[in-house]
Ligand binder design. Structure first.
Ligand code: AMP
Length: 355
């Protein structure tokens, strides 16, 4: 059922993704209500209403649910149980969240849809880490099952001697041990899906990471990646359908010799899709709002020959005076306050004109 402009959209999570969703929603005539435990979340600064409460506060979530016409989330590290109070108002539903927030469940689920993942084992002790090394070989990476993001909760093991320190580094938490993938490049597929199964992809961006954090994202991708995009899109669609996902879903891939290997899924708009604000006819943020409110899909093609998005991480945001002087650079600053190392503070998109 269509949720018309003038309605209120609840957004759980008040980070930059919520902020850009709220801006896109406002352009379409919606009001946004942010739910976040922080004092001044950057999304609340551009929204109509804000509830400050813990993500698992059922009473506050119930009141929030009563105040909004529909709700969505911009962040997957949320306890799923309390969100049940939102019932059918929550899009995407709780299932997408539950699968994406636990790396072991996520990998099992992806495998069940027929897509490739790196060889992996669930580990809960030092002995199991050693067993995983014996079975999978080295290098491998330990990733905590829950609460990890931007390379946090991860530690590489490149030699037997590093097993103990890696297990300590991830806090001896339940984890997955994942074989290192020998990839030529990384890319992502972003899809928006409607409740009736309609869907729309964007051009797949090629992504460069440093220290586990996305640094740069470019469309069109290189030829090396382009030949793997169709298979990756089919895998992404199977995942979205199996989740009965409504809204934007992102799947990150490694382009390997044996084809696309899924790294992880995000049940939401994604950093590698920020370039769609200026570089695509309809941005991922607008399309997510369209999908959850059941407005028709917008076109997703490139507006220009291509685009590169560069993240402004930590003190890099101080480059803004130089960036705003750069002709054609689209500067986005999230107004998050302290520019701690590793914190995503903004991004800049450079669109390449048609020749
Ligand atoms: P993640 O937080 O799982 O997205 O990992 C962050 C980044 O670490 C990825 O984008 C890759 O650059 C690298 N990485 C993670 N897992 C693997 C793997 N199994 N093999 C090779 N590189 C990886």
């Amino acid at each position: 059922m269509t949720v018309p402009p003038g309605s209120t959209i609840g957004i759980i999570g008040g980070g930059q993704l919520g902020r850009m969703l709220a801006i896109a929603a406002a352009n379409l005539g919606y009001r946004c209500h942010i739910f976040d435990p922080h004092e001044h979340p950057c999304a609340a600064k551009v929204a109509a209403a804000f509830t400050r409460a813990a993500f698992d506060d059922r009473v506050a979530l119930q009141a929030f649910g009563d105040a909004v016409d529909i709700a969505t989330y911009e962040f997957e590290n949320l306890a799923a149980g309390p969100l049940e109070v939102l019932g059918d108002k929550l899009r995407p539903g709780v299932r997408s969240l539950v699968v994406a927030q636990d790396r072991a469940k996520e990998k099992q689920f992806i495998e069940s849809t027929g897509a490739r993942v790196a060889l992996w084992r669930a580990v809960e002790s030092r002995d199991e880490v050693n067993a995983a090394i014996a079975e999978l070989g080295l290098p491998l990476v330990l990733k905590t099952r829950r609460w990890g993001y931007d390379g946090k909760g991860q530690a590489w093991i490149r030699s037997d001697g590093e097993a103990a320190s890696a297990w300590d580094a991830i806090g001896q938490e339940p984890a997955v041990a994942e074989a290192g993938v020998d990839f030529a490049a990384e890319f992502s597929v972003i899809v928006a899906r409607w409740a009736d199964g309609r869907h729309a992809f964007w051009n797949a961006p090629q992504n460069e990471h440093g220290d586990g954090i996305l640094r740069r994202s470019t469309v069109p991708c290189s030829d090396l990646v382009a030949v793997q995009v169709e298979e990756a899109r089919q895998a992404t669609l199977r995942i979205a359908e199996a989740l009965d996902h409504v809204g934007v879903l992102t799947v990150e891939f490694f382009a390997s010799d044996s084809g696309p290997v899924v790294n992880e899924i995000a049940p939401r708009v994604h950093n590698s899709g920020h370039r769609t604000i200026e570089g695509a006819v309809t941005s991922q943020f607008e399309q997510h709002i369209r999908a959850i409110c059941d407005l028709p899909p917008g076109l997703t093609g490139l507006t220009q020959a291509g685009a590169t998005m560069e993240n402004l991480i930590g003190p890099n945001v101080e480059r803004w005076p130089e960036l705003v002087r750069e002709p054609g650079a689209h500067v986005h600053i999230y107004d998050k306050g302290e520019a701690r190392p590793g914190r995503k503070m903004g991004h800049v998109t450079r669109v390449r004109a048609q020749s």
